[in-house]
Design a protein around this ligand. Structure first.
Ligand code: COI
Length: 332
């Protein structure tokens, strides 16, 4: 059995090696190249491919894989928003993802960034660098005083809720699917409008679908409390960036922590030093003392990367051996 793993970074290599030692019957080859129209030819002769990338998987990639007789594709991440479900289904691909590699990695990061917003760390840091060690006027807020509105109560949202409860914050939650435990605790509100009306913090932990794109838009911000904090470590297009900029200008939004951006794929995880970066919304947001931008790093921990590599290789092996996997993505 032969698996080709695309886009393997240096930090992933030790985990690929470990997995190979645990699965000596599988021949794994790696490349640092991403899977695209040019590199797809490298997959000829393999039984399956393991991939991770933020740029789109084109229809041509699927057509070519199909022509090589390869139908087993395993993603090392959770989001499947960069592939076309119609194409996947048309050619009969089996796609797996890693739905749970470390919910704590992302939940902990989003809480950390909220704490940084509340304690105005970026402002203090800049003052400190200038040699200004005064306290005022950066008086801060406490997490235990917040009503945190968690949108999305899947694996990540649930870990975030536990952490927020541990800090003594009041938590309310919204999801179309109700988790029975949280239901018992009475955490759910019935509508997003209710969450917007009550929350002093809105944190997103949902996937990107056509139905969730720009869910935080002008109308949503208008319904929120004045001085609300926004946290997004899910997907950039969940927020209409121009609407966020307007809401920051008006003071409706007191601060935002963004680990993801609408148009991030061309810049995040690239070395942009000395390069011209045309992204007006990024520059606008990043220039603000009350906006924290990080380059999609919430997931990036040793545990998460290990699990992404090993779980995806195992899922690909399962697909090749048995035709299915417990990580099979259902595209309907
Ligand atoms: C995902 O797992 O879908 C993520 O967003 C993390 C990715 C940047 C590796």
């Amino acid at each position: 059995m032969k698996i080709l793993a695309y886009g393997i970074r240096e930090d992933e290599k030790p985990f690929v090696k470990e997995w190979e030692q645990e699965n000596p019957e599988v021949d794994v080859e790696i490349t640092d190249q991403l899977l695209d129209d040019e590199t797809v030819a490298m997959a000829k002769g393999f039984d399956g491919v393991v991939v991770y990338q933020q740029k789109p998987y084109t229809d041509t990639v699927f057509e070519k894989l199909d022509s090589y007789g390869i139908h087993n594709v395993s993603l090392r991440n959770v989001g499947v928003d960069n592939m076309n479900p119609a194409t996947v289904k048309k050619y009969g691909f089996k796609v797996t993802n890693v739905p749970v590699y470390s919910p704590a990695a992302i939940a902990e990061f989003s809480v950390t960034q909220l704490m940084n917003l509340l304690r105005r760390t970026k402002e203090y840091f800049h003052k400190f660098e200038r040699g200004d060690f005064r306290w005022a006027p950066q008086i801060s807020q406490e997490l235990n005083q917040q009503t945190v509105g968690v949108i999305g109560t899947g694996h990540i949202g649930r870990v975030a809720i536990d952490i927020y409860k541990g800090f003594g914050a009041k938590v309310i939650a919204y999801d179309v699917y109700h988790n029975p435990e949280l239901e018992k605790e009475g955490l759910y509100v019935d509508t997003l409008d209710e969450l917007y009306a009550k929350a002093t913090v809105v944190t997103l932990h949902i996937p990107l679908f056509p139905s969730t794109e720009h869910m935080l838009n002008k109308e949503a911000f208008d319904k929120m409390r004045d001085g609300v904090f926004i946290v997004n470590a899910s997907r950039g297009p969940l927020i209409d960036e121009q609407a966020l900029i307007d809401a920051l200008d008006s003071g409706k939004v007191a601060g935002a922590a963004l680990d993801v951006l609408e148009d991030e794929t061309k810049v995040f995880n690239h070395n942009m030093v000395g390069k011209n970066m045309t992204y007006p919304e990024f520059w606008n947001l990043n220039s603000r003392e009350n906006v924290l931008i990080s380059p999609h790093t919430a997931f990036y921990t040793n545990i998460a990367v290990q699990n992404m590599v090993k779980f995806s290789l195992s899922a690909n092996k399962d697909l090749i051996e048995t035709g299915t996997s417990d990580k099979l993505v259902k595209f309907d």
